[in-house]
Design a protein around this ligand. Structure first.
Ligand SMILES: Nc1nc2c(c(=O)[nH]1)N[C@H]1C(S)=C(S)[C@@H](COP(=O)(O)OP(=O)(O)OC[C@H]3O[C@@H](n4cnc5c(=O)[nH]c(N)nc54)[C@H](O)[C@@H]3O)O[C@H]1N2
Ligand SMILES: Nc1nc2c(c(=O)[nH]1)N[C@H]1C(S)=C(S)[C@@H](COP(=O)(O)OP(=O)(O)OC[C@H]3O[C@@H](n4cnc5c(=O)[nH]c(N)nc54)[C@H](O)[C@@H]3O)O[C@H]1N2
Ligand code: SF4
Ligand SMILES: [Mo]
Length: 759
């Protein structure tokens, strides 16, 4: 038996874990007290990680699909050579935009993304599609306008705020905030602090709240704009803050004063007095912050919701301060900046061939990908790599995805498991699990103290599995975009790092890339093959963290020093890199001061640009928007976070202690009207398709609203789908027109009782 440390890979919190291992298996999993952020905290899902590490769907060998749909085992060499050759030939025949990359990292594995991203460069394509493009890109778009860059991402100081507003998020189940259940309990138990939840369901979080505004689904834009209007009408905005740190307030104020507050409160089905109470309470608090998630990001007015939510803390001066919302630093560059109005060297950003859609934060929206493959134009997408994602179950419109993936000339899936998506692939490449390789998450979203956890392998990589850094580097070599050897860099890498502080290596790397600028995009694989080989304990995959740590330490010099790392302007980054390599429970990267928010902002004058004309237009359009029609009697929240779902990461259904069917929650009055009792089977029909569901009568949902969990529908060991195949019901077109993120939380449906066969 050995004990070791690692982190949970099931959600963006990546809590530190202390594990016991025997015979190559986890025998005990608990929170790691030494983890600088989670400090021993975990939720019920982490203790079941054995179900991720070892299960019957794990892939062992590269597989190639045969004409009859079956798969045969092939060698890595044969698979990668054929893939490389087909990619090169597609690129020369059709140009790089025939290639798209999907995924590139789940909840805990972003180190591989530094390598897989290089394949887009090798293909001369920008088409990076990922799950972020179906939830967060509307938010990133707004950040770009307000703060100057889409990489300016905000966090919320829930632990210290006097007044906390949770809008469209259920942290008790979904987490997303530090040590969620402890943090929520602290909030609840402190009479001096107020917790408000805006959610159409009396969620587990709402049950702990001081105030719950149980609004009508999809009406957040009405409710939030009414709150903002009350704030400016009553002069509750922070005039000093606005004058010092923002531009454009006068224009925003004019728009907000035009809002018919009482009418909008009614539209959201919230008593005006309650709207006023929350608006006034939030504005008056000494510190207040807003935490949001899918409840406003995957429903009507996605992008506008993101704007209004941010105006709440900006107009009240709760930005750049303790207990407010703040910008934060990133170590791994998981987001880019792609302003659709700008041109690069006279050309506008690469828009897609069919939908003419631009990327946001460097990411294209999965809602459009099937059309980009299926259209008949010469410039359609013909080859796709899927890595760390299961789009056949998780992206809108499963049928369209199935049809599109069948049409591809080349589909390669890199995964640890035989997934629903992998079944469509020409090649399936088996990845080592996240406990069998060096890994890390780029979800370092904290401020003022930010952390990073480089995880070391706990188990040897089994069978023929390989880690992504090796897979993608081999591919680049076979495609001929990088050479096999870098003699100078290899020599420099071997120098004792303590004496040279890696600086000689970095100098040689800089010189090599200056001499061969065409290799710059492949720096990750180059440092992996050279510096990587010289790193202790086989940590080659971590090599790209050296240049990233240097960059981080240069940008956040004082904050990195404040976290206890020692060095001067030249050596601090290499010291940070060594700390990351050595500290097995995670490293505090930086400790900022709240006023540093103003150095993280990227507008030329370091002021927040409050006025966004496109958002004013959407705000005005609310006034004339028709209320929803009556053809579909129910609004389905398609994708709820519960105790026993974790995206598509666990496949073996025996991990669940409850809710084996992933049942549909329905209000008792609705259930009795339809003649449905607990456990009854019903058919749920959207404009797209129908699925069978099992009913769970539950008075936490509003009347007219039903919910189904996200993260079911797997065919474990080739079984029938287990639980709802949710995205058979959704469609690509049901989405925000600006960001193209789906309205999964607002899916109009019919529900019918399945006639009792025995009757
Ligand atoms: N247990 C578990 N935890 C997870 C995951 C998981 O699969 N399982 N997945 C992780 C991932 S990838 C993500 S992105 C996060 C998502 O985390 P959350 O967004 O917090 O979780 P959801 O349950 O999808 O939705 C949040 C809430 O939105 C509410 N809602 C629905 N419609 C509306 C509306 O119109 N307005 C408002 N204001 N609220 C609405 C729902 O009732 C629900 O309580 O969770 C992460 N954590
Ligand atoms: N209708 C509806 N659809 C939704 C949602 C919803 O609420 N409603 N939620 C959406 C959200 S917010 C998200 S984030 C997405 C999530 O959906 P996806 O982006 O598809 O991600 P996961 O479900 O996490 O799937 C992760 C895949 O990575 C594989 N994997 C695990 N470890 C490794 C590894 O080390 N290497 C490789 N190569 N693969 C690995 C797993 O086996 C799994 O197949 O789903 C979205 N889909
Ligand atoms: S699922 Fe999320 S909150 Fe729960 S232990 Fe894992 S990382 Fe922590
Ligand atoms: Mo997500």
């Amino acid at each position: 038996m050995k004990t070791d440390t690692t982190a949970c890979i099931l959600c963006s919190r990546n809590c530190g874990l202390a594990v016991e291992i025997e015979d190559g298996k986890f025998t005990r999993i608990k929170g790691d007290e030494a983890h600088p952020l989670s400090k021993g905290y975990i939720c019920q899902k982490a203790a079941r990680l054995t179900h991720y590490q070892s299960h019957q769907d794990r892939l062992k060998y590269p597989l190639q699909r045969q004409a009859d749909g079956s798969f045969v085992r092939v060698s890595w060499d044969a698979a990668l050579r054929d893939i490389a050759q087909r990619l090169v030939s597609l690129r020369s025949q059709h140009g790089g935009s025939c290639f798209a990359f999907v995924g590139g990292g789940g909840q805990g594995n972003h180190l591989g993304g530094a390598y897989s991203r290089q394949l887009l460069s090798a293909m001369n394509s920008r088409y990076a599609y990922s799950a972020l493009g179906q939830e967060k890109t509307g938010d990133f778009w707004v950040n770009g306008r307000l703060f100057g860059r889409q990489t300016c991402h905000t966090t919320e100081d829930v632990e210290h705020a006097e007044y906390v507003l949770f809008i469209g998020t259920n942290p008790f189940q979904a987490h997303g905030i530090p040590n969620a259940r402890d943090t929520l309990r602290d909030l609840k138990n402190d009479p001096a602090r107020t917790m408000v939840v805006i959610d159409p369901r009396r969620s587990e979080t709402a049950k702990l709240a001081d105030i719950h505004l149980q609004l009508r689904p999809g009406t957040d834009a009405y409710l939030l704009s009414a709150m903002l209007s009350i704030i400016v009408r009553e002069g509750l905005h922070d005039k000093e803050f606005l004058a010092a740190h923002c531009t454009g307030f006068a224009e925003v104020e004019k728009e907000l004063l035009a809002i018919p507050v009482a009418e909008y409160a009614q539209r959201a089905d919230i008593a005006l007095a309650d709207v006023e109470r929350v608006a006034r309470g939030f504005a008056a608090a000494r510190s207040a912050c807003v935490r949001i998630d899918l409840g406003i990001q995957q429903t009507l007015h996605t992008t506008l919701n993101g704007y209004l939510e941010k105006l709440l803390y900006l107009l009240t001066g709760n930005f750049g301060k303790k207990g407010g919302n703040n910008l934060h630093s990133f170590l791994l560059p998981i987001l880019g900046h792609t302003d659709e109005r700008k041109t690069v060297k006279g050309k506008s950003l690469q828009r897609t061939a069919h939908h003419k859609m631009h990327p946001i934060g460097g990411i294209y929206p999965p809602n459009i990908l099937p059309d980009e493959i299926l259209h008949s134009g010469e410039d359609r997408v013909r080859a796709v790599f899927v890595d760390s994602a299961n789009p056949l179950l998780t992206y809108a419109d499963s049928q369209a995805y199935a049809q599109a993936f069948q049409k591809l000339e080349l589909l390669v899936v890199v995964d640890v498991a035989m997934t629903e998506t992998a079944r469509f692939a020409h090649y399936i490449l088996p990845a080592s699990s996240q406990f069998e390789k060096w890994e890390a998450t780029g979800f370092n979203l904290e401020f003022p103290e930010n952390t990073f956890h480089l995880r070391h392998p706990l188990f040897p990589a089994p069978d023929e599995t390989k880690a992504e850094p090796e897979i993608y580097t081999l591919l680049l070599e076979l495609m001929g975009v990088i050479p096999l050897r870098f003699p100078l860099l290899e020599r420099m890498a071997k120098l004792e790092p303590k004496a040279s502080a890696h600086l000689l290596y970095m100098g040689a790397l800089g010189a090599t890339l200056a001499l061969h600028p065409q290799w710059q995009k492949y720096a990750a694989s180059i440092v992996y093959r050279t510096l990587g080989k010289a790193l202790p304990n086989g940590a080659a995959a971590a090599a790209p963290l050296l240049p990233l740590a240097i960059q981080y330490a240069t940008t956040h010099f004082a904050a990195v020093r404040r976290a206890g790392h020692q060095g001067n302007r030249l050596t601090l980054g290499t010291a940070l890199f060594r700390a990351i390599l050595q500290q097995r429970s995670g490293t505090v990267l930086s400790i900022h001061e709240f006023q540093d928010t103003w150095s993280l902002i990227k507008t030329p004058d370091r002021k927040v640009q409050l006025a966004i004309p496109e958002m004013f237009q959407e705000l005005r359009a609310l006034q004339t928007e028709a209320p929803p029609g009556a053809e579909f009697p129910f609004i389905l929240m398609a994708g709820e976070r519960r105790s026993y779902n974790a995206n598509q990461i666990y496949r073996d259904p025996s991990w669940r202690r409850t809710d084996p069917h992933g049942s549909m929650r329905m209000h008792p009055d609705d259930a009795s009207q339809l003649g449905l009792a607990n456990g009854a089977t019903a058919v749920c029909t959207s404009a797209r398709d129908s699925i069978r569901v099992v009913i769970e009568v539950d008075d936490s949902v509003r009347r007219g609203m039903v919910t189904l969990p996200h993260g079911y529908g797997m065919r474990y060991q080739g079984s029938d789908p287990i639980g709802p195949e949710l995205n058979r019901l959704t469609s690509g077109a049901h989405c925000d027109p600006r960001s193209r993120t789906p309205f999964h939380k607002y899916l109009p449906v019919h529900i019918h009782k399945v006639p009792d066969v025995s009757a």
